[in-house]
Design a protein around this ligand. Sequence first.
Ligand SMILES: [Zn+2]
Length: 317
Amino acid sequence: MTDGPGDGGQLVVALDVGGTGMKCALVRPDGSVAHAERHPTDAGRGPDAVVGTVLAVAEGLADRARAAGSTPVACGVAVPGVVDEVAGVAVWSANVGFRDVPLRKLVGARLGLPAVLGHDVRVGGIAEARLGAGRDARHVLFVAIGTGIAAAHVVAGSAAVGAHGAAGEIGHILVRPDGPRCGCGRPGCLEAVSSASAVARRYTALAGPSASGAAVSAAEVAGRAAAGEELAGQVWREAVEALADGLATGQALYDVDTMVIGGGLARAGEQLLGPLRAALHERMTFHREPRLVAAALGDEAGCLGAALLALDSLERR
Ligand SMILES: [Zn+2]
């Protein structure tokens, strides 16, 4: 973090609202962070209470900027799920509990500032493409691998939203027709095979729970695979192979320079990226092979991306 919000310039208020926590910041027009804070989401309280917290935190940040002599000029909010960025509505989010919440209007009215609403992975991709691991590339596919798998296709710093706000659902590419059933209801989707939760589920199903009775996490599977355990290695390889199938489809569609891999599973680093690169290489025919890199901004990408979206909206006004 840097030298506090009190340098007299313009700042945007940015919030990334997740199922468990909110990452919040005051961000300068150059993308640097003047102040950052985190709050629990407590989604179990219900959507109205969560919206109340979002508004209070956003207002608190704007007040903090003013108190330090700076001028808050806009607010960007990122949420998971299905987001109608044009209408500014959080259409549906299972882990936060939002259903048709007109969050842009609510934030704008409360703060008296222009506000924008974005999808968490899409704005995370914007941040990685402009400030993070994809900053030297013009065509970037950001792929977040956590409990699910989602992507953002970013060209020259802007992410495609899609006709219905659902672009980038790479996790629901069919990779294994006879594979496990996905949360969306269909069998064999990429995220049913290669997400962190799928890796944990598959390993636990084959090996049984750990001594404590708890499911084995994807990070533990990665660790056991690295230590040479055969079953863990097999589960890890299956996930990497399916992921490479999904990314090869992504490259056929988007022809990017760089794929930025983020989310919880990417913490495995080269243990994921090394074999993934090799498996993707095998799948390339006439397509140019993209550079495959780990995300650089960690869990701050969504918050920074929300700020960039707010700054972009000011430029368009
Ligand atoms: Zn699916």
